[in-house]
Design a protein around this ligand. Structure first.
Ligand code: XUL
Ligand code: CO
Length: 435
């Protein structure tokens, strides 16, 4: 029985680029085959439970703007109503996946035992809805940043009791993710960092975080969870400085604690921007190390400097992101999670649907452009040409030699390199043909 929340909005269908129907896909054609896979298989869209159903529209200057029938979110009956509405939306969008934090789906009880009971109850309920609607779980995660107990960090907290509470919380969320057939498990450490170095022992906090993540990996193997463990880089906000700053920092951390073959990265467009990188930079860094796990798709306001978690609407940007994903062999167990929220003035049920339609269409256009560029091969050809010198036996041999012998060769052969154009504008013009 419908909750009635979405009124008369019917299932969203693909109508093609000429359609002017705002409640239809113009570009996302789930079954269309691109480079041997359907769009649905490439993109693996997920809806983020927190932005669409748990966030109430507050900002640093004002509180709730959304008035929903499942508010206030402090009661199990209303948590179930929230799940009913969520699965109606997954059905309307035909979204293959969703993602949650424990705190999005169950009411906070203020102690671990009751949080565990309510998490078990709501995930049983959600499991039935997953079976009925056919939506799968891309990943689960623990919210270890909202409640005041986490204010000084979770695994990096100076108080060992908070470390213990965090360990129990992550175990419960991994169990729930496993129970629901989740395909990944994510850790984002919003409070794993510091506000001031004046009160922070950074070395021991990092050691605790490394040990904690090793326990997570051990537990994954113990319960036979086959999904990937993913950490999500972000440089700051809410902490002034977060230890998982960006992809490169995370990779160094994972290597230091022996986790480079066990943990991959969940990369987010807006977090890349906050770190001073492009999204494709973060994807390329992870891909070059074989650590590309999944993506959180959104966009950041380039002026505000905040994590604005807007729905993507920039096709050229998205195209370059998927270009690097396709080049790396795709998302595997990962997916495209819309870690994106409507603006706080977008208070209607229709806004929740329209935002996802737009996001899915923008990603579809980006994917199509990326695939066309890869199939055309222009960028790969240019790349190959630029590095062609390294194909020679002499050049390769140099990497096995030493500074003194290389110096001899420079002197003997009179090596004096002639600069060559990087051809950036020509390549940018090339990309422009596809987007
Ligand atoms: C916060 C953020 C989180 C993670 C999951 O910026 O991106 O929602 O994706 O905790
Ligand atoms: Co995210």
């Amino acid at each position: 029985m419908s909750t009635g929340f979405f009124g008369d909005i019917a299932q969203i269908k693909y109508e093609g680029a000429d359609s002017t129907n705002p409640m239809a896909f113009q570009h996302y054609n789930a079954d269309e085959v691109i480079m041997g896979k359907t769009m649905a298989e490439h993109l693996r869209f997920a809806v983020a439970y927190w932005h669409s159903f748990a966030w109430e529209g507050g900002d640093p200057f004002g509180g709730q703007t959304f008035v929903r029938p499942w508010h206030p979110q402090d009661d199990m009956g209303r948590a179930k109503m929230k799940a009913d509405v969520a699965f109606e939306m997954f059905d309307i969008l035909n979204a293959p996946y969703f993602c949650w934090h424990d705190a999005d789906i169950r009411p906070e009880q203020g102690n671990f035992a009751d949080n565990l009971n309510t998490l078990n109850e709501i995930t049983d309920y959600i499991g039935e809805k997953m079976d009925a609607v056919g939506t799968k779980l891309l990943w689960g995660t623990a919210n270890m940043f909202s409640h005041r107990r986490w204010m000084g960090g979770a695994s990096t907290n100076p108080d060992p009791d908070v470390f213990a509470f965090a360990a129990a919380t992550v175990k419960s969320c991994m169990d729930a993710t496993h129970k629901l057939g989740g395909e990944n498990y994510v850790l984002w450490g919003g409070r794993e960092g510091y506000e001031t170095l004046l009160n922070t022992d950074m070395g021991s906090e990092l050691d605790h975080m490394g040990r904690f993540l090793n326990m997570v990996v051990d537990y994954k193997h113990k319960i036979g969870f086959k999904g990937a463990i993913l950490v999500e880089p972000k440089p700051q906000e809410p902490s002034k400085h977060q230890y998982d700053y960006d992809a490169a920092t995370c990779i160094g951390f994972l290597r230091k604690y022996g986790l480079e073959n066990e943990v991959k990265l969940n990369l987010e467009q807006g977090h890349a921007i906050l770190a001073g990188h492009s999204f494709e930079h973060e994807i390329a860094v992870a891909a070059s190390e074989g650590m590309l796990g999944s993506i959180d798709m959104n966009r950041n306001d380039y002026q505000s400097g905040w994590d604005t978690d807007q729905f993507p609407n920039n096709v050229p940007e998205v195209a370059l992101a998927y270009y690097h994903i396709l080049k790396a062999g795709g998302l595997n167990s990962g997916g495209t999670n819309f870690d994106a929220k409507v603006r706080r003035q977008s208070i209607d049920a229709e806004d929740l649907i329209a935002s996802h339609i737009g996001g899915m269409d923008v990603c579809a256009r980006g994917l199509k452009a990326a695939a066309a560029m890869l199939e055309d091969g222009g960028l790969e050809e240019a790349l190959k040409a630029r590095y062609a010198g390294w194909e020679s036996a002499e050049a390769k041999g140099m990497l096995e030699s030493d500074l003194a012998s290389i110096t001899d060769r420079v002197l003997n052969e009179g090596i004096n390199p002639e600069p060559k154009s990087g051809r950036q504008e020509i390549l940018e013009n090339y990309v422009n043909r596809f987007v």
